[in-house]
Structure formats: structure tokens, C-alpha cells
Design a protein around this ligand. Structure first.
Ligand code: ATP
Ligand code: MG
Length: 574
């Protein structure tokens, strides 16, 4: 998009600018963003190369990353970016759908504006169409539960789309389904999925196929000493939040400095250190802990004493891991080891070091909470593993949303075709111009299967006419075959629901904006106020001067009148 086209500002005065024909300008901007996103949509969509400000380049295919990095100078894109972010936060998927739909709704509205249909009428029609579409969506959803593994696998692989292919997509989709079923909690027929319990560990090197799921909390640390136990069952667990190293400050890793002048001072320091070390191990043993996690540093001497005492101890455990361990084992994080009491301890059904793809890590199966899952994601390069995390999260999220909500929809454009077919029939019940707006909404929805068709190398018009015929004849699951198991393309209900709502919001908001005045700084506002006052004073002065002049002129006329009257009263002068 050229900056000139996207920047329809006309500078009025310093600090202020007014956009000419703002509605059209906004429609053009969002339409162009939408067209640019369209080529990346669906399993056949292309990727975008993002060139970052410092010149670094990265490849992205998910809507949020692309739109976040788009350089447009128009403030209206901010509205779209907000809608996309909300879609990502609430639904975790469907961000491109929002952009494409919003762009198409606005492009269709532009055609109606050119026909001199008032924006309020279009907005009214769009709101009716949105309400109807969401109602239809409610009635067409398929039921889905944790038991429907095949359906959940389809939802996960639809969410992955073209970002992975073949066996890799199926593997990551199955890990996503498995992880959700491991952490989901069911009560009274309702499932609740707290995705905080799904931990991801990324490891570059190896292939995506080596990724796996573990039904335990994993602390990515090796066994510090061969003398420490490698497997414990039913062990008591202590969590220490402060440093266990007498040579460092309490919660810091800065080394203490001692000034030693005499041998006896040195002896005192060494004695103090030994007492501290003995105290730590004594308090741990007295409380009954067999496993100890310390968020800070543990001195070598104390580690050795733990090993000698048969205690499994790990240092520098991250705060995130400590908090998870607290919930999983039921232990309380204590900051003073001297006060460690049996009540502060939690329990691990199993604590075991295992090697995964050559890396040793500690598996913890909690006694308090067993519904935890850790995905180990592998890939050739750090970038691959990073993007694998995004893909995996979106798949797990789609499954979680579907399981919690209990509903799913036919994908591949089938759901949009259902809605547009219904909306066309529905529009006929409106005799006024709103009918055209409702039809325009239906047209915009059809752009979704058209984009899927064109991105998979098909003629979009042929595909659309074929879909229209099928859907009118009642084939409600007829969809675009994007060449990757289209018959099984299934979207989570909430993803589509949010997307249609968000796109309609953006379109109606943009249509409702008739003028924009951008104020760049407060000083400019004051200057403008001063200018306005000066202008008003000038006008006032002008008026007074005119009035004065008129008064003077009147006086002159009156004088002349008087002189004329005097002359007339002396007829002899003529
Ligand atoms: N195998 C398939 N065949 C046909 N359509 C598919 C297939 N897999 C996914 N789709 C469709 O692709 C669309 C989703 O594409 P995509 O994931 O690129 O966009 P999005 O979900 O809107 O954006 P994002 O995932 O970046 O947030 C959905 O309409 C879905 O039904
Ligand atoms: Mg998607």
C-alpha cells in the first residue's frame, strides 16, 4: 500500500489535521489490509515475510503477527488491530477471518454508499444481518465433547491449517487434543480447561516429529549429583524461595564481601558458614522433606550435604515453576528455611529423572493436582520451535474452546455459506433499502469460501456458484476442498462467533465515522483556542468598525438632509 494513498490527511493548521471524506478513506485502508491478508488465508494460504524495523526478516502466517507488523500510516488500522487482538485473546484463532470479513463488509457498504444509500441505513441492515447470522450459527452448531476424539482431532488440524502439513500436522493436532483431555476437568456434564496447566518446553534441534506430550510437570534440570535419588514415590516436597548460600545476599546472587584481618576472623567466618550449612540440612530433614526446590542459589557445600543425606535438591528453579509446583504438590513456598515445618511441605506421587531426546529432566506427578500436561516441542531451528509453539497453542486453544463450549461448526467455508444462504432469504422480508444491506452482508460472508478456493488454486466464481447451488439444495456441510482433508474441516463455534461479531463491530464503527480531527499536542489546542479568540475579536472589531462607519455615514446623511431641508425652506435661493 502506498503511503500517499493511505494518508488522506489535509493539514489545516499547526497540530491539527482534518481528513477529507474520511469514510471512504477508512474503507479503502481497511479494504487494502483485508486484501493483503486474504492471500494468507486457509490451508492453501501463502506466508508473509515481515521485515522488521532494524532490517531483520521473519516469516509469519498467523493473522495477529502479520497485522501487528503492518506499516500503515492510517489511524483506522488501529481499530482493526484492536479487534484482531481481542479475537486472539478471546478465541485464540480466527484473526484473519475478522480482517477479511471486516474489509469485505466495508467494500460492499461502499457500493451501497455510491448508490446514495445513507450510512445509517447500511449500519441498521448490517446489525440486523449480524443478529440473524449469530442466531443461525447457534442453531447449526454440532455437539462436541471430550469423548469425540476424532472430531477434536479435526478441530485441532483445522486450526493448524496450512502452517504444518501431513504427518507433522496430525502429530501436533493429536498432542493438542491429548493435552486438553489431560488437563480438562468435568463436572455436571460441563468441561473446564485451564490452559495454565499446559506447559510448553521448547528445544531446538531434532525434528518436529520428535515432539511429545508428558502427563507431568517437568522441571528442565539435570540431577545435580549421582548420589541424589533419581526416582522417588510419595515424597514430601519443600519449596524454598530464598538463597541457600551463606556467601550470597539473602535473595540475591551477589557475593557477600568480608573484610578479614586476622586468622581468627577467618575461622569465625568458616565456622558460621558450616553452622549455616548444617542448619539448612537439619531443618529440611526435621520437617521431613525428601525433595527440595530452591528458587535461588544453593551453595556447593549444602548441595553435597543434601546428596549425603539422600535429599533430592534443585537450585535456581524459575518463579513460574515454583508457583506451579506449589499448586501441584500442595507445598507452601517459604523464605526462611529455619522455620520450615511439616505443614509447609507438599507431596509428589512421583519425582523421577528421565531422559527425553538426550536431555535429562525431572518429572513431577503431583499429589494435589494430577491434571497437568507438558508438551516438549522440537524443531530444527529456534525459529521453527518458536512458530511451532504458536501453532500448538492455537490448536490446543481451538480444542479447549470447543470442549468448554460443547459446539463446533463445519469449516472450509461451509458455515459462512449456510449463513449467507439464510441471510439472502431473510433479506426478502425487508421491503426497504435495508434489504440491500443484508444482502451485502451475505455477499461479504461468501468472500470467505471464495478466498479459500482461490488460495487452493481454484476458480473462486466457479467454486461459489457450486457452493450456492449445493447449499440452496440443503447440503449444509458442503465446503471448499482445500486439498487437506477438507471433509473434516471443523472450526470451534466460539472462534466463528467472535469473528463475525468483531468484524461487524469494525464495519459499523467505520461506517459511523463521518469526520476525524486529529489533534497532535495540547500546545496546539491552546494555540488553536488563542487563534479562535483572536479571530473572534477581529470579527467583532470589524463589526464595530462597520457599525461605527454606518453611524458616521448616517450622521453625514442626516447633516446633508438637514442642510437640504434648510435650503428648501429658503425658496429664494433657487
Ligand atoms: N483442510 C481444510 N479445507 C478447507 N478449509 C479449511 C481446511 N482447514 C482449515 N480450513 C479453513 O480455513 C479457515 C481458517 O484459516 P486460517 O487459520 O488461515 O485463518 P484464521 O483462523 O482466520 O486466522 P488465524 O489462524 O491466523 O488466527 C477456516 O475457515 C477453516 O474452516
Ligand atoms: Mg486459524
Amino acid at each position: 500500500m502506498s503511503r500517499q494513498q493511505a494518508s488522506p490527511f489535509q493539514i489545516l493548521k499547526s497540530g491539527h489535521s482534518r481528513i477529507r471524506d474520511v469514510r471512504r478513506a477508512n474503507i479503502i485502508t481497511i479494504g487494502k489490509v483485508s486484501d493483503s491478508i486474504k492471500t494468507t488465508f486457509g490451508p492453501g494460504g501463502m506466508q508473509k515475510m515481515l521485515v522488521l524495523p532494524k532490517g531483520d526478516a521473519t516469516i509469519a502466517s498467523d493473522g495477529l503477527a502479520i497485522i501487528n507488523n503492518m506499516a500503515t500510516s492510517s489511524p483506522i488500522t488501529q481499530l482493526l488491530i484492536e479487534a484482531v487482538r481481542t479475537q486472539h485473546e478471546l478465541a485464540g484463532d480466527g484473526t484473519k477471518t475478522v480482517v477479511i470479513l471486516a474489509g469485505e463488509l466495508l467494500k460492499k457498504a461502499d457500493l451501497l454508499l455510491k448508490m446514495k444509500i445513507h450510512p445509517t441505513t447500511i449500519m441498521g441492515g448490517y446489525n440486523k444481518a449480524r443478529k440473524r447470522a449469530l442466531e443461525t450459527l447457534e442453531s447449526t452448531g454440532m455437539r462436541v465433547s471430550l469423548k469425540d476424539r476424532e472430531l477434536l482431532q479435526s478441530i485441532a488440524s483445522t486450526a493448524i491449517g496450512g502452517r504444518l502439513s501431513g504427518k507433522e500436522r496430525e502429530l501436533i493436532a493429536s498432542l493438542a487434543v491429548e493435552s486438553v483431555s489431560k488437563i480438562a476437568e468435568e463436572s455436571r456434564g460441563k468441561a473446564k480447561v485451564d490452559q495454565d496447566w499446559l506447559t510448553i518446553r521448547k528445544k531446538a534441534g531434532g525434528s518436529v516429529a520428535e515432539s511429545r506430550l508428558l502427563s507431568a510437570l517437568v522441571v528442565y534440570k539435570e540431577r545435580p549429583s549421582p548420589k541424589m535419588p533419581s526416582r522417588l514415590t510419595g515424597a514430601k516436597v519443600a519449596l524454598i524461595g530464598s538463597s541457600l548460600d551463606p556467601l550470597t545476599y539473602n535473595n540475591d546472587q551477589t557475593l557477600r564481601e568480608y573484610e578479614v584481618n586476622t586468622p581468627s576472623q577467618l575461622r569465625e567466618i568458616i565456622k558460621g558458614e558450616l553452622e549455616f550449612n548444617r542448619g539448612v540440612v537439619k531443618h529440611t530433614l526435621r520437617a521431613g522433606a525428601a525433595v527440595l526446590f530452591c528458587q535461588k542459589r544453593v551453595s556447593k557445600a549444602i548441595m553435597k550435604q543434601f546428596a549425603d543425606a539422600g535429599i533430592l535438591a534443585l537450585e535456581m528453579v524459575s518463579q513460574e515453576e515454583m508457583l506451579r509446583l506449589e499448586k501441584v504438590t500442595g507445598a507452601t513456598i517459604v523464605t526462611n528455611v529455619d522455620s520450615l515445618a511439616p505443614d509447609d511441605l507438599g507431596a509428589a506421587a512421583l519425582a523421577e529423572f528421565r531422559k527425553i531426546s538426550g536431555d535429562e529432566m525431572l518429572f513431577i506427578e503431583g499429589a494435589r493436582r494430577s491434571k497437568v500436561a507438558t508438551a516438549i516441542l522440537r524443531g530444527g531451528t529456534p525459529q521453527i520451535v518458536e512458530s511451532l509453539e504458536t501453532i500448538y497453542r492455537s490448536a490446543a486453544n481451538a480444542v479447549a474452546k470447543a470442549v468448554e463450549d460443547g459446539r463446533a461448526l463445519h469449516g472450509g467455508g461451509a458455515c459462512e455459506m449456510n449463513l449467507s444462504t439464510d441471510l439472502r432469504a431473510y433479506s426478502k422480508s425487508f421491503p426497504g433499502k435495508e434489504q440491500l444491506a443484508i444482502e451485502a452482508f451475505a455477499d461479504a460472508l461468501e468472500e470467505i469460501p471464495k478466498a479459500l478456493a482461490s488460495n487452493s488454486g481454484k476458480n473462486p466464481i466457479d467454486a461459489l456458484t457450486w457452493l450456492r447451488a449445493g447449499h440452496s439444495a440443503g447440503s449444509k456441510d458442503l465446503c471448499i476442498d482445500a486439498g487437506t482433508n477438507a471433509a473434516k474441516a471443523v472450526d470451534a463455534f466460539l472462534v466463528k462467533h467472535h469473528a463475525i461479531n468483531a468484524a461487524s463491530d469494525v464495519a459499523t464503527m467505520v461506517l459511523g465515522i463521518s469526520d476525524v480531527i486529529a489533534v497532535t499536542n495540547p500546545a496546539a489546542v491552546q494555540a488553536a483556542q488563542r487563534e479562535t479568540e483572536a479571530e473572534q475579536n477581529r470579527i467583532q472589531g470589524e463589526r464595530l468598525r462597520t457599525a461605527f462607519k454606518e453611524n458616521e455615514a448616517l450622521k453625514e446623511v442626516q447633516t446633508i438632509d438637514r442642510q437640504v431641508a434648510e435650503r428648501l425652506s429658503r425658496p429664494e435661493s433657487y
